[in-house]
Design a protein around this ligand. Structure first.
Ligand code: SAH
Length: 252
């Protein structure tokens, strides 16, 4: 059904990695102007305090395995609010187009005749690593990096992420959504012949006051993570720049 939508517009906005101050100026301005804000679980809640009085705040967060709203429901909600002529902000943790499905939302909205604009955010994959003292590149140490999901969509019949092959091709690999699959990821790398001494760090709740880092090497990181009781959200960072952490870690 194609509806007539008058004046409504959706902004798919990145909220940044966790620290509320790491949103963009444009993202914050749109939050202040929005009639409706549809936000994710990993968005810094302090940002919602900037909403104008009377703005409608809708939680659309998803937990692994326990969906509050399906993606289809989120798409329909955004469309419905835009068709009411509202200025809608769809607020994502990190960057909307980095494992955020913000692009699916914009495509859906445009297919239904609604204007949709992206406002990028700092992805946790890069900014979270930085706050843990780990640059994704460094001259003479790492000239390339990749970001991969640690958990592929369950409906996919074909494996798309080959961790061992990636690690043999790029210098730094940041895995998001990987805590539950750490053991398999590490095993795949070792089977592919990646150096067991490769430095690895896990950064939990990056850029927040509860940020915690567990560091080790490929051969012992699974055990270290188990002992530390690592919980999502966390980044798993593989590569030699992890060792710069001693010089770069951030005083809180
Ligand atoms: N669009 C987001 C990523 C969404 S996928 C971005 O650009 O950052 C969700 C995953 O991102 C989490 O499972 C976790 O691996 C990672 N993540 C998001 N925020 C994080 C944070 N503050 N600390 C550590 N990892 C985080």
């Amino acid at each position: 059904m194609v509806r007539e939508c008058r004046g409504g517009r959706v902004y798919v906005v990145g909220a940044g990695p966790g620290d509320p101050e790491l949103i963009t100026v444009k993202g914050l301005r749109l939050i202040q102007q929005a009639d409706v804000i549809v936000y994710d679980r990993l968005v810094a809640k302090e940002l919602l305090d900037y909403a104008k009085p009377g703005a409608e705040l809708i939680y659309a967060g998803k937990k692994p395995g326990a969906h509050t709203m399906t993606q289809e429901e989120i798409n329909q909600l955004l469309l419905e609010k835009a068709c009411e002529g509202k200025k809608v902000v769809r607020l994502h943790g990190g960057d909307p187009y980095v494992f955020g499905r913000g692009e699916e939302e914009c495509i859906y909205l445009r297919e239904h005749g609604v204007e949709c604009e992206v406002v990028p955010g700092l992805t946790s994959a890069i900014a979270g690593a930085a706050y843990a003292g780990i640059p994704v590149t460094s001259r003479g140490i790492a000239s390339s990096f990749a970001v991969a999901t640690g958990r592929e969509a369950p409906d996919k019949d074909r494996k798309m992420v080959h961790y061992g092959k990636i690690m043999k091709t790029v210098d730094t690999l940041v895995v998001v959504m990987g805590v539950g699959n750490l053991e398999n990821i590490v095993r795949e790398m070792l089977e592919e012949g990646v150096d067991p001494d490769l430095p690895v760090a896990i950064v939990e709740k990056a850029t927040t006051p509860e940020q915690r880092v567990v560091a080790g090497r490929l051969r012992d990181i699974v055990e270290k993570a188990r002992r530390a009781g690592v919980q999502p959200p966390a980044l798993i960072i593989f590569g030699h720049t992890v060792e710069l952490r001693d010089k770069l870690w951030r005083l809180s």
